[in-house]
Design a protein. Sequence first.
Length: 98
Amino acid sequence: MISMAEAEQAHQERPLRYLIARHEHNRLELLTLATPSDTEALPVFGTERTARDFLLGGDFGATWRVRGSTTGELVSLLLGHPVGVEGVVLDPRPVDQA
């Protein structure tokens, strides 16, 4: 039997959302999408399959990969992401690209 603390930790470590990312120059780079207001938005997916379908449906190149992210990591990435990322787009379709 596992303790409540162990169950909570396992739940927190489980990837809850999926991003599209790559490593460039030893740094994590997140795929962003242009918005009509000349800003960038981070596509966030609820399932790995949705993220993979989006990646396969777009012309992004071979270096991008689907990456699981916990809620805490996602918050950290959003807080530390470069200026210009103004929002999040949940489960976009490839045709939604600007």
